[in-house]
Design a protein around this ligand. Structure first.
Ligand code: ATP
Length: 337
């Protein structure tokens, strides 16, 4: 593993059993499982922000929870700073877990309504034994509140969550993570519940955490606009798989995969005179595994599909500098120019 990768994921899978026959499940038939995360591999560099973009249900959250061992993977390997962590027991994993934190989508639900802002941060400090005494705790709380932009600090010290706005609550959640000095933060739809006007402030705070402390991020979203704002690279996910991954501007300006092209063409342009070239996606996300086993999982909906897309699963191939896509249409051997 190269020195500057904080996280390396190899062939990660998380399958959930379907309510089909017990015997076919015991026999390990693929169609007896819902493949929420299906053979995903990627790396996150030190201080890098890697975005995962995809429709609801494509497996973004399951992937994050599997990386953090909140759910056990079905298969695959997770390396944090060169150390394999997926096979560790709970206590061995604990110090790594502290360095891998998560910011959740719902700041209202993720904070205890009966604790003030300072009590919330104090609890984290005590659980992780980050201070010697109450004076040190107070100093750490004040520093953290200032760091996440909740100033003047005294104004927020005794406030309960119900008295804070969504943006302010998300800043408290971020403070609770920042206080642990993480190396990797998974931000799961962290701005999607916030008012558009406060989103940018939270994204800027994440960027500040990256620039000041070198924290790496996995930024999970269904929104290409915020992903473009914050991410160094973007991975496009569909039905548990990465279909395309590359530098942000390459993905936005030169998407290869028909699914990425469709997502980008659906982003609203703030110009009423602009011509709209939306790429139509047919049908719905397949709900039965049979529809996608052994073929391109986007084939049933792909506006550009060919016969071979139904016959075989495309492999991820390099299509540019740091740019990879899993689509036969991008394979120059199959599609000579
Ligand atoms: P969203 O943006 O809506 O949160 P997502 O891309 O994060 O969606 P996941 O929440 O990871 O998607 O879910 C992926 C798929 O796995 C969904 O179809 C979901 O129903 C299924 N799934 C998730 N958890 C379980 C579970 N415990 N048992 C069975 N299926 C599950």
């Amino acid at each position: 593993m190269e020195e500057n990768n904080i996280l390396k994921i190899e062939n990660l899978k998380k399958y959930f059993p379907l309510r089909s026959g017990l015997f076919s499940r015991l026999a390990g038939k693929e169609s007896s499982f819902f493949r929420a995360v299906d053979d995903i591999s990627f790396k996150v560099g030190q201080g890098e922000i890697l975005g995962f973009v995809g429709e609801s249900g494509c497996g973004k959250s399951t992937m994050s929870r599997t990386i953090l061992k909140l759910v056990e993977p079905t298969a695959g390997r997770v390396y944090f700073n060169d150390t394999r962590v997926d096979s560790m027991g709970k206590s061995a994993f604990k110090p790594y877990r502290r360095k891998m934190q998560m910011i959740f989508q719902d700041p209202f639900g993720s904070l205890n309504p009966r604790r003030t802002v300072s009590e919330t941060l104090r609890q984290t400090i005590r659980i992780h034994k980050l201070a010697q005494d109450k004076v040190q705790e107070d100093i750490l709380i004040k520093q953290t509140l200032a760091e996440v932009g909740l100033m003047p600090v005294d104004e927020y010290w005794d406030k309960y969550p119900a008295l804070l706005s969504g943006g302010q609550l998300q800043r408290v959640s971020i403070g609770r993570v920042l206080i642990l000095q993480p190396k990797l933060v998974i931000a799961d739809e962290s701005v999607s519940m916030l008012d558009v006007s406060v989103r940018i402030g939270i994204l800027d705070l994440l960027l500040k955490m990256r620039d000041k402390y070198g924290i790496s991020f996995i930024y999970i979203t269904h929104d290409l606009i915020t992903a473009r704002y914050i991410c160094d690279r973007i991975a496009i996910m569909y039905l548990g798989k990465i279909l395309e991954i590359g530098p942000t501007e390459t993905i936005i300006n030169h998407p290869c995969h028909p699914y990425t092209q469709a997502l980008i063409s659906a982003v609203p342009v703030p110009d009423p005179t602009a011509e709209i070239h939306e790429l139509p996606i047919r049908g719905y996300v397949p709900t039965t595994p049979e529809d996608t086993i052994g073929c391109c999982n986007f084939a049933p909906r792909c506006p550009k599909r060919k016969n071979r897309c139904r016959a075989k699963e495309p492999e991820m191939i390099q299509v540019g500098d740091g740019h990879f896509a899993a689509c036969f249409l991008t394979d120059k051997d199959l599609n000579p120019i």
